[in-house]
Design a protein around this ligand. Structure first.
Ligand code: NDP
Length: 304
């Protein structure tokens, strides 16, 4: 088995780190070279590339695969696997951090620090997460990672999915048809759905009007799940208290976006899942699937 690591993974880790990690596990691995595709059994990549059609198996290093041409892969007999399952802890901690910051006002004090200001927030501003309600929209790896940490902080956790099957750590599961009921009483709403036809623009003016005025939106899914202009309007008009945003449409967020300058908005540049062991988490998935291939078993995370 020869795995090629495409340069585009450098968005999340140094390609040589994964090559070394795989070699230590007895898998032949090298940097991808488009003139050598006939030598590869597998290419590991962040972005798709036309040359991948010459390789039997493509592994995407992200959970979201909206960018990859999976229907064409299916037609041309290319296997595609993704990296869902590895981001529950990182994203769970990122969302917990954003909520803690909003409640304990850390983002405001950090801004003050930058100006050398010893200034207190008004009495009514700080609150505790304990007892506050979080609604998690999408209850897969990300959603469950967020829910577990929020429950540990004493929050009441509800969630939304396409069925109402229970999820550990989630007090009540709503069907997507009841999204508006689910978000109506929540202090925080966290988005953790894939970007699909059904979720594109899922949050727009109607949803923001249906949320509490003291509510915070947390988007760690994809920018396209939210109508960004409507979000800006909701924040400017006071229909929402604030937002923690890791993903945007477009990315990078343009310098001219009003979101940059809003005190009650935390902007992170699509790094909510970053960790210094990302290459190892992806490597473990690849090793697992290489071993499964050798045992002629079904691959994990196989999309097509
Ligand atoms: P999973 O497949 O584990 O979970 C997605 C969940 O969303 C599924 O459990 C599904 O549950 C639910 N879902 C799908 N459609 C809907 C819908 N219309 N309404 C409500 N729920 C829905 O994926 P992950 O949790 O690993 O990742 C989710 C997405 O988050 C990725 O696709 C990616 O876009 C984004 N992501 C962002 C990262 C970042 O860096 N910010 C990092 C990792 C992922 P059910 O079948 O029960 O409906």
């Amino acid at each position: 088995m020869h795995a090629a690591v495409h340069d585009s993974v450098s968005v999340v880790f140094e390609p040589d780190l994964l090559c070394s990690y795989l070699r230590e596990r007895d898998i032949e691995a090298s940097r991808f070279d488009s003139s050598r595709t006939d030598e590869y059994d597998l290419v590991v990549s962040f972005h798709p590339d036309e040359t991948f059609f010459d390789v039997p198996w493509v592994h995407g290093v992200r959970a979201g695969y909206d960018e990859f041409p999976v229907e064409r892969y299916a037609e041309e007999g290319v296997t595609f696997t993704n990296s869902t399952g590895i981001h529950g802890t990182t994203i769970g901690e990122t969302v917990a951090g954003m909520m803690l910051s909003f409640a304990r006002r850390l983002h405001v004090y950090r801004d003050h620090q930058g100006r050398g200001e010893w200034a207190r927030e008004p009495y009514e501003a700080p609150f505790t997460l304990d007892g506050e309600r979080l609604c998690v929209v999408g209850l897969g790896t990300l959603g469950q990672g967020i829910a577990r940490r929020a429950a540990g902080l004493g929050m009441e956790v509800v969630g939304v999915r396409r069925s109402t099957d229970p999820v550990p750590g989630v007090d009540r599961v709503y069907h997507t048809e009841d999204l508006h009921d689910a978000i109506a009483d929540a202090r925080f709403v966290a988005l953790a759905v894939p970007l699909t036809e059904a979720t594109e623009g899922l949050f727009g003016p109607e949803e923001f009007d249906g949320m509490r005025e003291d509510a915070y939106l947390l988007n760690v899914a994809r920018g396209g799940v939210v109508e960004q202009d409507a979000l800006v309007s909701a924040l400017e008009s006071g229909a929402l208290a604030g937002a923690g945003l890791d993903v945007f449409d477009p990315e990078p967020l343009p310098e001219s976006s009003p979101l940059w300058g809003m005190e009650e908005v935390i902007v992170t540049p699509h790094v909510g899942a970053m960790t210094n062991r990302y290459h190892a988490d992806v490597g473990d998935l690849v090793v697992e699937n290489v071993e499964r291939t050798e045992r002629e078993e079904e691959l994990v995370n196989r999309i097509v």
